[in-house]
Design a protein around this ligand. Structure first.
Ligand SMILES: [Zn+2]
Length: 119
């Protein structure tokens, strides 16, 4: 069994909005994200679950309903569920953190470029 990853992508440009790694069949406590019940994620429900989570985050103003990089609206976002090469979350974490760091660097560079263009 491989760790799976649901990625929320902004649409054609495929900027990563957020990503949720999960182990299929493992039940996770979800009270910390506002859900009433624990949930067992698998390929059949994970993307839909993340869609609900994103809607909740937007409602709570936890995230903006547009892509920070290109401005595409959340109605256009894609939810992709795919297997990773990792056997556990522990094994995947360094890789996931690296991806997150890359996204942050990209966002910073784009913001600086936009500011430079305005000046
Ligand atoms: Zn985007």
């Amino acid at each position: 069994m491989k760790l799976r990853l649901v990625q929320v992508l902004c649409g054609a440009a495929r900027h990563s909005i957020l990503a949720l790694p999960y182990m299929p069949g493992l039940t996770a406590a979800q009270s910390h994200v506002g859900a009433g019940d624990d949930i067992t994620l698998d390929e059949g429900n994970a993307a839909e679950y993340v869609r609900g989570m994103v809607d909740g985050l937007i409602e709570m103003k936890g995230i903006n309903p547009w892509c920070e990089l290109c401005g595409s609206r959340h109605e256009q976002w894609k939810f992709e569920d795919a297997a990773t090469k990792f056997d556990s979350l522990e094994e995947a974490l360094p890789f996931l953190r690296l991806e997150e760091a890359k996204q942050l660097v990209t966002a910073k560079m784009l913001k600086e470029a936009q500011q430079a263009a305005r000046n």
